[in-house]
Structure formats: C-alpha cells, structure tokens
Write a protein that binds this ligand. Structure first.
Ligand code: ATP
Ligand code: MG
Length: 435
C-alpha cells in the first residue's frame, strides 16, 4: 500500500483498499454504521468507519502509521488515499456507570458489536468488496419503514448513555423518520438525565441539528420529547410557534423574495436567534443567549453573532424612522440579512419596504471606504482625541447620504459642525490625496 499512499483516491475505493488489507490478513471486517445507512438511503457516504476482528496491535502491525485515537475502545485512525478511516475492533461496551461512558470494553465479535450500537439503522454492516449487507438488528426493515428504533430495550439503552436521546432526535429529523413508540416513550422518560452529559457534547448535537436543513423538525421533536428544557437549561416551551425557524428554512429553500441576499446555508447563530425568538417572543433578552452560551457551550463567535442578529432585528423594526445613513449602516452590519429574514415573520410589510430599498440602493454605496479618515483630521490640525470618532461618524453619515462627495467637502463639514480649526487657523500639511 505504501506506493499508493500519497495518491488521492475516491473515498469508497480508499475505504475498500483499507478493508482489503485487514481481510487479506484474515480478519473479518465490515463497513459499519452511518456509511451503510447512508448508502442504503441512496446517499453517498462522506466517511467510512471500519469494524474488524483485528485488535489494535494487529491494526498497527498492518498499518505502521496507524494512530490510536481511542485505543482503550480499540479505535485506530488510518490514512489512505488522502482520506482518514477509523478502524474499530468489534467490541461490547460492558456496563455504564454514569450515563456517559462504558466502564470497560471487551473485544468481541461482529454480532455483539452491532448490538452495542444505538439505533437499528446505525447497526448495519456491509461487506466491503461485495456491498452485501450484514444485518443483526433488523435495521434494514426500519430503514424501509422510516423508523428510529433503539437496539434492544430502549429504557436500558437511554439509561446507559443519555447522549443517545439527542442522537435519536437528530437522526429522526435528518431523515424524516418517525420515532418508534417504545423508543419515543423511553426518551421522554429519560429526558431529565441529559443534565449529567457534558455541555460540550449537548452543544455539539444541537449545533448539528440546527446546521441541517431539517432544523425545524429537530426542534419540534426536541420539544415534543421534553428534551428542550434539559438541553437549554430553561423551562420547557409553552408557545407553539416555530415561525422564525420555518422562515429560515424557507429562505434557504429558495421560496422567498429576499433569497438573493442570503447564503445557501444558515449559520448556527441565525438559527439560534430564530429559535430564541420563537421560544421567548420578539423581545427575547440577551440573558437568554447568555444562558444558552453556557448550556450549549457556544463559541464566542456563535454567541456574538446570535446577539448581533437579535440587535439587527431590534433596529430594523424601526426601519421607517431610520435615516438613509442609518439604513446603510444597518445593511452593512453583521447578520443583517438574517435579521431581515426573521423580520419578515413579524412584519411582512416592513420587510417588503426593506427589500425594495435594497433593490433601489446601489450596493457599492452601502459600505464605501470612508472619504475622511483620522489622518485627514490630524493633517488638518485637529488634536487626536475621543471626539475623533464622532467627527468621523458625522462625516461618514454625510458621505452615505450623498451630502459630501470628496474628502475636502467632508473636512469642511466637520470643521463647521465641530467649530474646530478653520482653514485660516489650522496649519494643514499638504494632503497627497487632494491633487
Ligand atoms: P453521522 O453521519 O452523523 O456521522 P453516524 O451514524 O456515522 O452518523 P457517528 O457519531 O459518526 O454517527 O457514529 C458512528 C457509529 O457509531 C454510529 O452509526 C453508531 O453505530 C455508533 N455510535 C455512535 N455513537 C453512539 C452511542 N452514543 N451509542 C451507541 N452507538 C453509537
Ligand atoms: Mg459518522
């Protein structure tokens, strides 16, 4: 394999080649879990996990560069053809003491490895070279019937590992599958136990739900299953509307007039803002987002952007009162397009005015480079200080409103409004930009 090691191969070919090495050495090996599920659903897997009878030491012998990524669980990372593969020894996860991690794992066989997995649709194996499916858990019929069903007794499985509560919701939403009755009942029963799961892992699941176009279904299920309160660490939801999340979904699906303004993917922050508005109403406070930042361990960027979306929404509600300069500043502010999408839910008319203004406004005039800078002021004899910002803001507003068209006019405007040094008292150095 070393000769081809650096070449880039199609993902599936590379995965088959890695599995071949294991199989040729006599170890039963399969593609496992998500990649089998995704292929059977007609998708193209974006990563392949390999389950094998080979132990980590055997894997290392066959792939000298293999890295242990969870060696106590028997998981090794192998690179081939420009891709990474997790090779995991068949195992049985043994007892769970804390609802998070098994106390110990025992290497075992393919059948037990299938039964340790969470949901039947995730418990499938595939023979790498033939594509034949090996199904110990009746996963194929659940795939056909579009059902998320815990493997084994759902109460036991959610009691073992509470993160599965969120995984179940995420997979149901992503594929548009129903939660099987007993699985759904067990979820509701165990919902409160989410509290012991690391906030980082909870946030990771929520992020994946909100990033996916099926975010509305995910949020609906989370709330139906009583998982919203422990996930967000706030009271369960009372109001039934998901209007803003729906609007985001529509905007991205392309059925809205303002779609031209939007990226095709929704940033997590926009989805969080929409969800917060749906849950807490139009005047959702910053404290809610601060709470969510802790509950979901949001990144700094995510929480800053969420707050920016809400701030841009609060501002755009006063659209008709905003001067032209304020409108342009708003349009150039972070997350404004997303705030506009959310605004359309509460004020379709207001949003229409905004869209019309956007169409009529030359994009190049929304955030042009400032004509007047601090350097100009210094050269004009102004002493640097806190009033600089105000003067420059006034000049920039005038520029945005078309009241000044060059640096000299902008400077004159500043002079007259600030009562600063006039042409005669100041001692301006020559300005190279002023031909
Ligand atoms: P995705 O496309 O979201 O990555 P996936 O099925 O590949 O879906 P992973 O989190 O990558 O999900 O996990 C790979 C496989 O490991 C799953 O298909 C499942 O069989 C098993 N698995 C993962 N997490 C758990 C868990 N908490 N409990 C039991 N089995 C799990
Ligand atoms: Mg995966």
């Amino acid at each position: 394999m070393s000769a081809t090691h650096r070449k880039t191969l199609p993902l599936h070919d590379a995965a088959v080649a890695v599995a071949r090495v294991l199989l040729d050495a006599g170890y039963e090996s399969y593609f496992a879990g998500g990649c089998v599920r995704d292929r059977l659903l007609g998708g193209v897997p974006d990563d392949y996990d390999i389950a094998t009878a080979a132990r980590p030491d055997d894997v290392r012998r066959l792939f000298p560069k293999a890295q242990g990524v969870g060696e106590s669980f028997g998981v090794m990372l192998v690179r081939h053809g420009g891709h990474e593969f997790e090779i995991a020894t068949f195992r049985n996860d043994g007892e769970y003491a804390d609802g998070r991690r098994p106390n110990d794992v025992r290497f075992s066989d393919a059948r037990e490895d299938a039964f340790r997995r969470d949901f039947t649709i995730n418990g499938l194996f595939e023979e790498p070279s033939t594509g034949r499916v090996v199904d110990f858990v009746d996963g194929q019929s659940d795939l056909t019937n579009r059902v998320i069903r815990a493997i084994g007794n759902p109460n036991d499985r959610f009691a073992e590992d509470h993160l599965r509560l969120l995984r179940g919701v995420r997979f149901a939403a992503r594929f548009g599958f129903a939660l099987e009755t007993a699985t759904a009942a067990a979820m509701r029963e165990h919902a409160g136990k989410l509290a012991v799961i690391a906030r980082e892992r909870i946030g990771g699941e929520v992020r994946r739900m909100l990033e996916h176009p099926t975010r509305v279904a995910a949020v609906q299920l989370l709330e139906e299953q009583g998982l919203d309160a422990p996930t967000l660490r706030e009271p369960a939801r009372v109001s039934p509307s998901l209007a803003r999340l729906v609007r985001l979904e529509g905007a991205v699906a392309g059925d809205l007039s303002d779609v031209g303004l939007l990226d095709r993917t929704v940033p997590v922050a926009a989805a969080l803002a929409a969800w917060a508005l749906d849950r807490h109403g139009p005047n959702v406070g910053e404290s809610v987002i601060h709470g969510w930042r802790e509950a979901l361990l949001l990144s700094n960027r995510e929480s800053v952007e969420t707050l920016a979306t809400l701030a841009a929404l609060a501002r755009v509600r006063h659209w008709s009162e905003l001067r032209e300069s304020a409108r342009k500043r708003w349009a150039a502010s972070p997350m404004a397009s997303w705030a506009q999408t959310l605004f359309a839910v509460e004020s379709p008319c207001g949003a229409d005015n905004l869209v019309r203004w956007r169409r009529q406004t030359d994009p190049a005039t929304i955030a042009p480079p400032p004509l007047l800078t601090g350097d100009h002021l210094i050269r004009a004899g102004f002493a640097p200080g806190p009033q600089f910002r105000e003067l420059l803001d006034a000049a920039y507003d005038a520029q945005l409103e078309g009241r000044v068209g060059n640096a000299a006019d902008a400077l004159e405007l500043v002079r007259s409004s600030a009562g600063g040094p006039s042409e005669s008292t100041a001692n301006p150095r020559p300005d190279p930009s002023q031909g």
